[in-house]
Every structure is written in C-alpha cells, then in structure tokens.
Design a protein around this ligand. Structure first.
Ligand code: ATP
Length: 419
C-alpha cells in the first residue's frame, strides 16, 4: 500500500484544451479518496494518469514517494477495477483470481495460497469453481477485486464501477466496497459522477469542475462548508435552494422577507450588493411543527406540490429568480448538468406536517445555516475556512478559469496557460 501524490498535474489533449488543470491532491496511505464532478470535468483523465494509461503534460505523479510519470502502467503496480470487471468468461473464479500470478510465473503453491487467502477475505470460497457468467454483479466485482488483492497492488483505482447497475444493487455494492476497503486498508481512488456515492464512500472527496479542483474535504465538511456556489449546488440531494439576497448588518433581505443571521456569517458579505443566498431544503420546516424555542424566521408561501415519503415530505414552492441573478443561476444549472434551480424552492417538511398542495403555508427557516455567495466569483462568504478542508486559492483557480473562458483558439490557450 502506498500514498499517491498528485502535484500540479496538467493534462492537455491535442487541441490544447486543459482537461485537467493544475490539480494537487495527496492521498494518504489506506485512504479512500473520491474524484467527483459532472461529465467532462476531467476525473477519468486524472485516474488514467495515476495508472499510467495517459501521459501527463506537466506536474509530478508520486506513488509511495517515487515519481512515476515515466513508468509504464505495469511497473506502477496499481490495480484498476473497471466498470465491466474485465473477467475472463471461460475461466473459473479461481483461475480468474490466479491470472496475474500465473502471468508473473508464480509457483502452484504460491498461487493456491494467495487465491485462497483472497477468496476467504472476499467470501468467495463457495464460488471458486464457477464461471463469471453464473455470478451476480456483486460477486463479479469481488472476483475483480480478488485479482487485484493477489498482486499486492499499491492501490485500487475504480472508474465508475457501479454505473451499469440498477439502484438497489448499486446501494448494496456501495456498502460492500466500503466494507472491503476498510477491511483491506488499501489506498483507493474512486471516480464517480454520483454525489451520493461520493458522500457515502469517501474518507475525502475531491470535487472537480472543468479540470479544476474546487474543494478537497471530508463529505461532512463539503456539505456544511461548501467553498463555492458550484460545490454547494453539486453536493446534496435535493439540491440547495438559491435565492437573491442583500445584506445590511446581520439582516438578510430575501424574496420572501428579511431574516437575521449570526454576525460572524454576515461579516464578509457587507457592502457587496446583490448576493446569492443558499439554503438547504432541510433548513426549512412547517412552522406549525417547529418547537417555539427554536430560533429562526417564518414566512408564508403557496405550495404547489407535496411529495410525502413517510418520514419526511418535500414541498415545492413556485419561485421565479429575479433577472439580476438569472444569468449566474443559468450558468450553474449548465455546470450541474441541467438541474433546475431557478423556478422553485424545495422545502423539506417533517413527516407529521399536514401541509398540502394548494396551501398558503407558514414555513420556518433556520437562517443561521444560510450560506451567502458572491455572484461573480462564486465564493462562499459565510464559509468557516477552518472546517472546509482544502479550497485551492481562489485567485489561482479564478485565473485559470478566466484564462480558459476568455481565450478563443486552442493555440492561444496553450500559450496562455503555459505562461
Ligand atoms: P465522464 O464522466 O463523461 O467520463 P470525465 O469527468 O471523466 O467525464 P474526462 O473523460 O476525463 O471527463 O474528460 C475531460 C475532458 O477532456 C473532456 O472535455 C473531454 O472531452 C476531454 N477529452 C477526454 N479524452 C480526450 C481525448 N482523447 N482527446 C481529446 N479530448 C479528450
């Protein structure tokens, strides 16, 4: 097992477009790190550079403290677990797991010892003589992992391993991978576009957008202290609600009324003009089920749809974002693959709430949890930096993004991002 250090990694393809742009991430020995972001953010490219399937344009890739930029994939001793598991259909489970050892010319004794060890860990003992076609998706995944284990690989690399599976199996496999990873204690880098997978599996999560690292933090840190508008919108389901806001002292004026927030959260927002407030669905509630002693503000709003899930309900409140913030929210929607942010508020209600469709409901909001974002840079002005993990310096990130956005031709782009 090993550490993996990515230092200022850049990848430009032939047209000069930086698919990965100055990414620095340290993965600790035994850590489970997730690379997450929408389609095209560069997460697979980064994984392929770790394993050696893609050349690195600049930066250093270190495995176990050793620079591996120029090492062939087979000399990096990493185990890539592919989406389709890449098992040999005509070989038994035993021979599939043994495959890398046979290739390396191991003795029959060694093969047998290692295969049986791995099969015990992976609970595959009773399946050793079966063929992959007769296994469930979960069992096939374990065989693929067994093949990685017998090689004593330095790390496991997963590229969207669960995306072909139905929702139920995906849930089961997720738990299984988490359990095995903890048991084996093997350094793991896992690529997904699914924020639920990212949040439930990772010790830490690296959020990428257009090749640039946005934030590297534990799932809890990402959720409670998103560094910018993009991370705030990407992490959480249903997503955070975004509203226009202006701040004076510790009073925040929102479309549905004025609320009070703690002074320390309002400090950086002073004198900034129009901002974007972010409030998660669960920071609202049906005012009639909130204990009176809980601080917060209330407002009345028309509810057009209620989805009751038993333990909780989601109420949808029609809402048209004003023109001043439409452009920023439209861009965020594009970045988030079309998630609708501009036409409704989603409010989570206690299962005991009696609010129904068509009501003019009284809604309570926990304003102390509200985030305030600069609409131009996207920076979270309320974030507690000491609890937000790593947020790459904004100026650096902004410069890179600006360079990317403002340059017309690939040739010019190459020149500008090189300098
Ligand atoms: P997805 O989830 O859709 O696989 P991703 O986040 O894994 O997306 P990458 O596959 O890493 O994204 O691609 C990042 C960017 O690099 C994209 O804009 C993609 O079009 C571009 N890209 C990827 N491979 C190549 C290539 N061989 N040549 C040119 N551009 C490429």
């Amino acid at each position: 097992m090993s550490t993996i250090e990515m230092k200022n990694i850049v990848k430009k393809y032939g047209d000069g477009f930086p698919a990965v742009n100055d990414v620095t991430i340290d993965v600790a020995d035994g850590e489970f790190l997730i690379l997450v972001g929408p389609s095209g953010c560069g997460k697979s490219t980064l994984l392929r550079m770790i394993v050696g399937l893609e050349d690195i344009t600049s930066g250093d890739m270190m495995i176990g403290g050793k620079r591996v930029n120029d090492l062939a994939p087979r000399d990096r001793n990493l185990a890539m677990v592919f989406q389709n598991y890449a098992l040999h259909p005509h070989l038994t489970v035993y021979e599939n797991i043994a495959f890398p050892l046979r290739l390396a010319g191991a003795s029959n004794d060694e093969v047998d010892r290692k295969v049986r060890e791995a099969s015990k860990t992976l609970e595959l003992d009773e399946h050793l003589e079966r063929k992959p076609a007769n296994l469930s998706g979960g069992q096939r995944q374990r065989v693929a992992m067994g093949r990685a284990i017998v090689r004593d690989a330095e790390a496991f690399l997963f590229d969207e391993p669960l995306s072909n599976l139905d929702a139920k199996l995906r849930g089961q496999m997720r738990t299984e991978i988490a359990r095995l990873q903890k048991r084996l204690g093997i350094t793991t880098v896992y690529v997904t576009h699914d924020q639920t997978e990212a949040m439930t599996l990772g010790d830490r999560v690296a959020v990428l957008k257009r090749g640039v690292l946005q934030q590297l933090a534990t799932p809890r840190e990402l959720y409670t202290n998103p560094g910018n508008l993009f991370v705030a919108g990407f992490i959480g389901s249903p997503p955070m609600n975004f509203l226009p806001a202006t701040v004076e002292g510790n009073q925040v004026k929102l479309p549905f009324g004025t609320v009070t927030i703690p002074e320390d959260r309002a400090r950086k927002a002073q004198g900034k003009g129009l901002l974007i407030a972010g409030i998660r669905p669960e920071h609202f509630e049906d005012a009639s089920v909130v204990e009176t002693k809980r601080e917060g503000s209330t407002f009345r709003a028309p509810v057009d749809v209620v989805e009751w899930l038993g333990n909780e309900a989601y109420a949808y409140i029609p809402f048209e974002a004003p023109a001043e913030v439409q452009a920023q929210l439209a861009e965020l929607e594009r970045d988030l693959d079309g998630e609708s942010l501009r036409t409704q508020l989603i409010v989570s209600l206690d299962g005991a709430s009696r609010i129904k469709e068509g009501d003019e409901a009284e809604i309570w909001v926990d304003a102390a949890k509200m985030h305030l974002f600069d609409p131009t840079s996207g920076e979270n002005l309320t974030v507690d930096l000491s609890a937000a993990g790593e947020i790459p310096s904004r100026t650096e990130t902004a410069q890179v993004a600006e360079a990317q956005d403002s340059i017309a031709t690939p040739g010019e782009q190459e020149a500008a991002t090189d300098s």
